[in-house]
Design a protein around this ligand. Structure first.
Ligand code: ARG
Length: 461
């Protein structure tokens, strides 16, 4: 027969179709140990309120501990007739301590405040796990940056050659984005550290149960201020979902670059064999599947967020069963990031960069034209004029099929009397890089400092 936590007022049980629709153990079972931790804390406040004797509390805690061990070992699992994680665990408790004692655990709580609490407990744990995995990826990228200090590459805007930059500077740019995602998880955690337990179905408890005690026992900073908000709010889940989507988007942007860099045309990197795949027909192929899956999964995680927000948008207060749909999107996001982050970490750690190619491409595409303009500014020329003069240099070079440094002194003089031969100082990649020495710039001295700063930030996260 079906196990359920309600039924007294019903003449018949639910139709099979409803039971099948309603069932959630296939996804909410991952909250089982959190539900048991909640029950343990709840038993203690029932005891404090005089609703369980010392012996009853001891019996209840022993039963919950035994059930917890059975859940962790896999000896206790939900049955098809258990509606949800709460129902299955109540069955397990009754099996252990009997119906008389086990039947007391539910006083003063509802699945509404339970589930709202459990999802926070679970997500807070997962936030720490994702932060650690993301930190691992940043560390792998930072190590590549450190190993390639001094290597120049073409910096791009609009995917066109723009200005030379250090490869390390470019790599570290991804680390900063990832470190902000980790910051977001930490900031989110402070807002998530509020316990709905004790709110009951929506109106709070009449049994003298202390929500402060449960909140503290479950690792929260405080109980919720409003029982209706506590059971109805899911912004905490939606915000977590946004952070995971943002993280996935940041991984996708990194992935897209790796995909481009690994092409014959770019030729910036070689993927390690362990982090690339072959083709079933083309023997020569080496494909960047890790990066492509990262790019693909970003779309999926954006969908998880969009779906969750759509679920929430029309819901009146307080609890509605629609809220059961909050879990699968965010579990999907977590599970996919937990697969993706280690693979991305391995891929980035094992990338082999072609230093010579990066260096030789760095000055191409007239990427030092800005340096000519800024050299002129330092000679007292207005930037408007300097920009025109540097542009003329590019036009002459393009017509003749040469690079900027190949212009003769006579060419320079003909383009502008301001262009003295000393302008050649900045027509080297090294000169250009070194000149961008303001805070945050790509000068080697600044990038070395930046790497140390980032390492400090990562250590603090
Ligand atoms: N399984 C539900 C959820 O995930 C919690 C149960 C509340 N059910 C109810 N009929 N009030 O949100």
């Amino acid at each position: 027969s079906r196990t359920q936590l309600w039924g007294g007022r019903f003449e018949t049980g639910p139709a099979d179709a409803l039971a099948a629709l309603s069932l959630s153990t296939h996804f909410d079972w991952r909250l089982a140990t959190h539900d048991l931790a909640g029950s343990k804390a709840h038993a203690q406040v029932l005891h404090q309120a005089g609703l369980l004797t010392d012996d009853e509390l001891a019996g209840m805690l022993a039963g919950l501990a035994s059930l917890d061990a059975a859940v962790r070992s896999g000896a206790f699992t939900p049955r098809p007739e258990d509606e949800d994680v709460h129902t299955a665990l109540e069955r397990g408790l009754l099996e252990r301590v009997g119906a008389d004692l086990g039947g007391r655990i539910r006083a003063g709580r509802s699945r509404n405040d339970q589930i709202a609490t459990l999802i926070r407990m679970y997500l807070r744990e997962q936030a720490r796990r994702l932060a650690a995995l993301t930190g691992g990826l940043s560390e792998a990228i930072a190590s590549q940056a450190e190993a390639h200090l001094g290597v120049a590459m073409p910096g791009r805007t609009h995917l066109q050659h723009a200005q030379p930059v250090l490869l390390s500077h470019h790599l570290l740019a991804h680390c900063w984005a990832l470190s902000r995602d980790v910051d977001r998880l930490r900031d989110w955690d402070a807002r998530a550290a509020v316990s709905p337990y004790g709110s009951g179905a929506l109106a709070g408890s009449s049994l003298g149960l202390d929500p402060h005690a449960i909140a503290a026992e479950l690792g929260f900073d405080a109980p919720a201020e409003n029982s209706i908000d506590a059971v109805a709010a899911r912004d905490v889940v939606a915000e977590f979902s946004f952070i995971t989507a943002m993280l996935a988007v940041d991984l996708s942007r990194l992935a897209e670059e790796v995909i481009l860099w690994a092409t014959k045309e770019f030729g910036f990197v070689q993927l390690d064999d362990a982090y690339s795949t072959g083709s079933s027909i083309m023997p020569q192929k080496k494909n960047p599947d890790v990066a492509e899956l990262a790019r693909g999964k970003a779309g999926r995680l954006i969908g998880d967020l969009a779906g969750l927000l759509a679920t929430l948008k029309g819901l009146p207060l307080a609890y509605n069963r629609d809220l059961q749909e909050d879990k699968e999107p965010v579990f999907d996001a977590i599970d996919n990031l937990a697969l993706l982050l280690p693979a991305m970490t391995g891929m980035m750690a094992t990338l082999v960069f072609d230093r010579e190619r990066l260096e030789s491409l760095a000055p191409q595409g007239f990427s030092l034209a800005t340096d000519i303009a800024e050299w002129l500014v330092r000679q007292g020329v207005a930037f408007r004029v300097a920009h025109e003069v540097a542009g003329s240099c590019v036009r002459v070079c393009e017509a003749r099929g040469i690079e900027l440094h190949e212009l003769s002194d006579a060419d320079f003089a003909e383009i502008s009397t301001e262009l003295r031969p000393e302008v050649r100082e900045v027509l080297t990649v090294a000169g250009s890089l070194a000149s961008r020495s303001a805070h945050g710039g790509t000068a080697p001295v600044r990038v070395a400092e930046q790497l140390a700063t980032l390492r400090g930030v990562l250590a603090g996260q």
